[in-house]
Design a protein around this ligand. Sequence first.
Ligand code: LLP
Length: 425
Amino acid sequence: MTATTELPGQPHIHYSVDQLHVEGLPLSPLACEHGTPLFVYSKAAMLSALDAYHRGFAGRQAQICYAMKANSSLAILQVFAEAGCGFDIVSGGELARVLAAGGDPAKVIFSGVGKTRHEMKQALQVGIACFNVESEAELDVLSEVAKGMGKVAPVSLRVNPNVDPKTHPYISTGLKGNKFGIAHEDTLRAYRHAASLPGLKVVGIDCHIGSQITETTPYLDAMDRVLDLVADIEAAGIPIHHIDFGGGLGINYNGDTPPQADALWAQLLAKLDTRGYGQRQLMIEPGRSLVGNAGVCLTEVLYLKPGEQKNFCIVDAAMNDLPRPAMYQAFHQIVPVKPSAGQDAVYDVVGPVCESGDWIGHDRQLQVKAGDVLAVLSAGAYCMSMASNYNTRGRAAEVLVDGTQAHLIRQRESAFDTFALEQLV
Ligand code: LLP
């Protein structure tokens, strides 16, 4: 048997023989066949991340709604739909993707602060499970739209528990200063309002406090705050059928040590039991923790550019493919696909886009030469789904690996694709 070296937190991505593999497939031939930049995902990694949640919820009534904003490629949605997941969507576009991927609209919940009337209609037409409503004004509009269609919209109110998730400020969502959710102190009034509207039926309550959360305490605190509200709302005669605790569980990017989903939920369920809510219908909306460490982005080294203060390793992936470093100063590990006879030095790994903010990694020790292929790790979440065409760069291709089989799930966009909807005057 050949020795393999797993990457931390990524059991389906490993070095074996002479190079990095995703499941049973070496990555160099994939890069040759499909070109770079190329996203490569492991189906087994996604399913084992999902399994951790299933173990955590064994014996409970719980629906996992994959927060598809993390990665909304159709074949990825198909994997989760076939595994029984519902979807947390935030636009009519995402709903269209769920339907195209064979997802069940009855397991869809619709989050977001700015749903349009058109999107509400689309969702009511196909019969989604629930609208996660974020303001009293939205309640009025949704009721009116539903009534106009002769329907009743199932609603949950997203409450803002004012808990610090201890993550990057751009991805904290449950604090008082955030645009999300209904303030704790306004919740009861908003529920009374919802219950009074003819086009709505109150079915649940939800919260989501942020993303890339690596500690358990913020979840426990948020749960306490939400359960206090459930008690008040039910005391006011409004039954709450389900409780949705959102997503947010972090992954290991750079030695981060988030709890495993099953361990996290063991603690949260113990609290639910203690407070007498253990048998409620539960929902969660995980995104990153299901796909983040299931994907890598392969990129070719174009040029090495030594400088007085910095050495640059210029690669063919850029901020339009991997926007997280530029947007959040996020760290992604960068590793060689194969050992190289190149130059060992500390490099800034940067892309071809004309912005100083176009960097993928700062101060990385790498042994590389032009033509080598590097793998940017933890690239399964919030990379392809946030990719753009900036600098008229076509978006990358994507491959889903299942054992020793590679499926091309998205073709590389051509320059023509990027301007196909435009016209000259
Ligand atoms: N539910 C709601 C209402 C959300 O707003 C989000 C993420 C999720 C669920 C899923 O959270 P997750 O389990 O993936 O943490 N682009 C940023 C992350 C933005 C997250 C936005 N909301 C990044 O790349 O770090």
